[in-house]
Write a protein that binds this ligand. Structure first.
Ligand SMILES: Nc1ncnc2c1ncn2[C@@H]1O[C@H](COP(=O)(O)OP(=O)(O)OP(=O)(O)O)[C@@H](O)[C@H]1O
Ligand SMILES: [Mg+2]
Length: 552
């Protein structure tokens, strides 16, 4: 039995209607239009003098081209929009003598790099002389080193000194989502440089395109760009006076093909400046700034070991801004001190700490300061005013530039770093989470001592790196024990020293609670009568007198 409901009936009606329409359409003769085939309609059209057929063809003839034209306009507009999406980057061009040019005098402290670059400057200035001797212009120079050390600056100075045209472009401009655009830009850049030789092409942040090719289809565009760069580097004739310079922070990531002789064959490592370099950089950046009589740039340079040129520039600028804010007419030493702390430790924070926390902080920082004194590394300043992420800190001033450190000095350093935690333990009998940063640093040092520098007790003649999978389980256990032994011994030593000099610790903590910040002079006064325990730095480099050979 079939149940017939309302919707089924309705569906059937609709279906019938459609069938009927289809049948009707089929019945209409092909040569007649559906409307005019009825005698009434034809008669009406005839009596009014209106020819529908010609109207339709007229309409089509007039409007179809217009519609087509409009459609084309829309397509062109869309294309134009897409083209505009592509960033139009032009290489920066520096002509010698322009206001943005940098001279050798603006680049300080890079003596070795400068000597190397001077050769290129001489060549570009006087190419005939060198060519007569059969020399070819050095093709590629690659600066590499940490950020802010003056790589871009040095390249600009070469451009200015050599009198050559300078085309600079960041490699990131070659990285595009449109396939082939990066390669085309490289081609154009080199074409331009060759046309205007002698010239220098400078590609900054080279790692953006120079990364080792992966071969995977994801990086096709980048690989293509790099290939084009390699082709261009090969494409100079012997008389093309085009020097290519590149700068990168990560030499290890660059494609080996870029670094082979004939391409970027000269690699100049630019590292953070030494004391002399820092002084020279400070002198460059205080040029034209009115300095007060008390400003001692050498002192500033001594306090800034490990900082780069960009950071030193920042310190000078911050000092000038600080002086301006205080309505001074000159920059004073206090402005440099403030700027230094701001750059090294971060912005001063207005954190509200409770009195209990303040007491813990005072002992924590007091512990660091006292142990620094006890291991012979006088602190420059101790404070419990928060800066950056630290709630308090002790500032050290390296006495001299050091590249080598002895095992004893590293152990002393660990004792000093654990001073805060040890003071909490001794004074309050419980520890806080405030020592996290100290513990991290101590772990790093201990790890490097055992894993890389052979400074453990039993393993003294080889590395035990974490990525060495050939190490046996037993060796790994030994390695971990050695590392733990170093840190634990340092902590015990810190506890011993602080317990021994408890009165001095109480004095420093009380003074910190009262004044919040203690200068070097104030600290020295508080440490009177506490003689340093370790003098490991004093005997560094002193040749040991050998004991007399009893058999001899
Ligand atoms: N040797 C230096 N002499 C004078 N100023 C320097 C020196 N090194 C760096 N500076 C200052 O630091 C700023 C930044 O330097 P630069 O742009 O050359 O760094 P970079 O090495 O190219 O860094 P990055 O790797 O991040 O590109 C310079 O504008 C300059 O003010
Ligand atoms: Mg740079």
């Amino acid at each position: 039995m079939i149940a017939v409901d309302g919707s089924a009936i309705f569906g059937e009606v609709l279906l019938n209607h459609r069938v009927a329409t289809q049948v009707a359409t089929h019945v209409v003769p092909r040569h007649l239009s559906p409307i005019t085939d009825t005698p009434i309609a034809a008669a009406a059209a005839h009596t009014q003098g209106f020819d529908f057929n010609s109207f339709v063809s007229n309409f089509a003839l007039t409007w179809l081209p217009v519609c087509f034209f409009l459609l084309m306009c829309v397509v062109v507009w869309l294309l134009w929009k897409t083209v505009k999406l592509m960033p139009r980057v032009k290489p920066m061009e520096i002509t010698p003598g322009s206001s943005s040019s940098v001279t050798w005098d603006d680049v300080a402290g890079l003596d070795e790099a400068k000597a190397e670059l001077q050769e290129i400057v001489d060549f570009l200035r006087n190419p005939d002389h060198f060519e007569a001797l059969g020399a070819r212009v050095p093709k590629g120079i690659l600066f590499h080193g940490p950020p802010g050390t003056g790589k871009t600056l040095a390249a600009k100075a070469v451009a200015n000194e050599s009198g050559a045209r300078f085309y600079a472009q960041s490699a990131s401009a070659f990285v595009e989502m449109f396939a082939g655009l990066g390669a085309a830009r490289i081609r154009k850049l080199f074409e331009e440089a060759r046309k205007n030789a002698p010239s220098i092409v400078f590609i900054d942040e080279l790692d953006a395109v120079g990364q080792a090719r992966s071969g995977s289809s994801f990086n096709r565009e980048q690989d293509q760009t790099l290939n084009q760069l390699l082709v261009e580097l090969d494409g100079f004739g012997p008389r093309d006076q085009v020097v290519v310079m590149g700068a990168s922070n990560r030499l290890q990531d660059l494609d080996p093909a870029l670094l082979r002789p004939g391409r970027f064959d000269r690699q100049i490592f630019i590292q953070p400046p030494d004391l002399k370099g820092r002084l020279a950089i400070l002198a460059v950046h205080t040029r034209g700034k009115p300095l007060g009589d008390d400003v001692d740039l050498e002192n500033v340079a001594r306090q800034t070991a490990g900082l780069t040129g960009a950071e030193l520039h920042n310190i000078c600028n911050e000092a000038a801004i600080g002086a301006g804010r205080k309505n001074q007419t000159q920059l004073l030493m206090a402005d440099f001190d403030d700027a230094l702390e701001r750059v090294v430790a971060g912005l001063q924070q207005k954190r509200v700490v409770t009195d209990k926390e303040k007491r813990i902080l005072a002992y924590h920082e007091g512990g660091h300061a006292l142990l620094s004194h006890l291991v012979g590394n006088e602190p420059q300043k101790a404070t419990i005013i928060a800066r950056g992420t630290a709630l308090g800190y002790v500032l050290h001033l390296p006495e001299e530039e050091r590249y080598l450190e002895t095992k004893e000095e590293l152990l002393d350093w660990m004792v000093m770093a654990l001073g805060g935690r040890a003071a909490e333990e001794i004074v309050f009998g419980r520890v806080t989470n405030g020592a996290a940063n100290d513990l991290e640093k101590v772990t790093q040092i201990a790890r490097a001592m055992v894993f890389e520098w052979g400074m453990g007790e039993s393993v003294t003649s080889r590395t035990l790196r974490a990525d060495n999978y050939a190490l046996s389980e037993e060796t790994k256990r030994l390695r971990d024990t050695e590392q733990a032994r170093l840190t634990d011994a340092s902590y015990s030593e810190a506890l011993r020293l602080l317990a021994k000099h408890r009165p001095a610790l109480d004095r420093v903590a009380a003074a910190l609670l009262e004044k919040e910040t203690l200068s070097r002079e104030e600290l020295v006064e508080l440490f009177v009568g506490t003689e340093p325990d370790s003098r490991s730095s004093e005997s560094v480099g002193v040749v040991r007198a050998l004991p007399a050979d009893p058999t001899g």
